[in-house]
Design a protein around this ligand. Structure first.
Ligand SMILES: Nc1nc2c(ncn2[C@@H]2O[C@H](COP(=O)(O)OP(=O)(O)O)[C@@H](O)[C@H]2O)c(=O)[nH]1
Ligand SMILES: [Mg+2]
Length: 375
């Protein structure tokens, strides 16, 4: 970890991500941020108790809140248990925020939008938490939310908290940590939680599965406006924001909005009872930003009234249990020594055409089951 606590208190309230294992589940001997923090700042090297974490979250003190999130992001087995204990206690105080996902290709203006939108919200008296889901961050060193200069005002805003993506490999691990951090922010009284992701692979679907409202940020482009973005992503969105609607881009942005609006009528809406809409804004000038918030408020009001809001949250909880189980099972399977011993041979046999894939899978599963039974 190259950053220290002073980062939290100094000009930029951007917290460091946590390096660690690859899966988001407790590992052995992985670098441990929570204890590193204690070693740096707590000279008697005493681990914080669950009670102290809970008081820290409740206090609203950002340094202590940061510690609780660091605990959640830790990959050590002992911290995992403590984190789960903390989560169990805060659970009754969660659920009160509006959870918003934001996606869009690099350069669309997500960071600039978050700065503008986040500042607008804190100006309206809201407490705003910003997180990112970026499974590539361990490779790239954090490609999203990394650009602090685009979020200068928000980063120093006492009512905003920016937390970069937890680093470490799999989307599943990053997703678990982000979801749990989201609960910590909610129990600490944050009103709006923004979760940013880039359009890579499955990460939009993952973020969609943890938020109430999903915003797709686009820029007006030349030619067919529907080219170049995956239709599947449009279908996840509750609103499409054509950003950079300023200067020479204003007119193209407005016509792009009309085109999207038309196209959206042919698509299945992402949320039951809500017609996905297209908006224009300029994250740079702030034009259209209040309308984005108004749209989200309309969405929340109408889906809460219809029950779609609550229904989605319940389904998300259920799906989350399934996702955790699937992740854990997969993990255990591939870490099983018998499977590890057999896998390369069977891979070769399948690739050389000596063995059908089904037979190879069967043999591996049997090896796994027998190893489990012998435990
Ligand atoms: N003209 C204009 N430029 C913008 C706007 N929003 C973002 N940009 C610029 O677009 C570039 C990419 O923005 P950034 O927020 O980093 O995009 P991200 O990769 O999606 O986070 C930067 O040079 C921004 O200054 C806008 O509303 N209008
Ligand atoms: Mg960015």
């Amino acid at each position: 970890m190259d950053s220290h606590e002073s980062t939290f208190q100094s000009a930029l309230h951007v917290m460091p991500g946590v390096k660690g294992g690859h899966d988001g589940l407790p590992g052995q001997g992985s670098q441990d941020a929570a204890s590193a923090e204690n070693h740096q700042h707590d000279h008697h090297r005493r681990e914080m108790t669950t009670q102290e974490y809970l008081e820290g979250i409740e206090s609203g003190d950002r340094t202590r809140l940061a510690k609780a999130i660091t605990l959640i992001e830790s990959n050590s087995a002992s911290h995992f248990e403590k984190a789960q204990e903390v989560l169990k206690h805060i659970l009754p105080h969660t659920g009160g925020s509006i959870r918003i996902g934001i996606t869009g290709v690099p350069g669309a203006g997500k960071s600039t939008f978050i700065e503008s939108f986040g500042t607008y919200l804190t100006g309206a008296g809201k407490k705003v938490a910003v997180m990112a889901v970026d499974p590539s961050s361990s490779v790239t060193g954090g490609s999203i939310l990394g650009d602090k200069t685009r979020m200068e005002k928000l980063a120093t805003d006492p009512n905003a908290f920016i937390r970069p993506s937890p680093s470490g490999g799999t989307l599943g691990g990053v997703a678990r940590k982000t979801r749990e951090a989201l609960l910590v922010f909610e129990s600490a009284g944050y009103d709006v939680v923004l979760v940013e992701t880039v359009g890579v692979g499955q990460s939009e679907t993952t973020v969609r599965s943890m938020v109430d409202f999903f915003l797709l940020v686009l820029v007006p482009g030349a030619g067919d406006e529907l080219q170049g973005i995956k239709k599947g992503v449009v279908e996840l969105a509750d609103a499409i924001l054509i950003n950079k609607a300023d200067g020479a881009n204003l007119i193209p942005a407005q016509s792009a909005r009309v085109e999207y609006e038309r196209a959206l009528h042919y698509l299945q809406p992402a949320t039951e009872g809500w017609q996905t809409i297209a908006l224009t804004a300029s994250a740079m000038t702030g034009d259209g930003i209040p309308e984005v918030w108004q749209t989200i408020q309309n969405f929340v009001q109408s889906t809460q009234l219809s029950g779609a809001f609550q229904k989605r949250r319940r389904a998300q909880e259920r799906d989350w249990v399934r996702a955790l189980i699937e992740g854990q099972l997969k993990e255990e399977f591939y870490e099983n020594p018998k499977v590890q011993a057999l896998l390369p041979k069977l891979d070769d046999a399948v690739m050389s055409g000596e063995m059908p894939a089904t037979a190879a899978a069967q043999q591996l599963l049997e090896a796994f089951r027998s190893a489990q039974a012998a435990k």
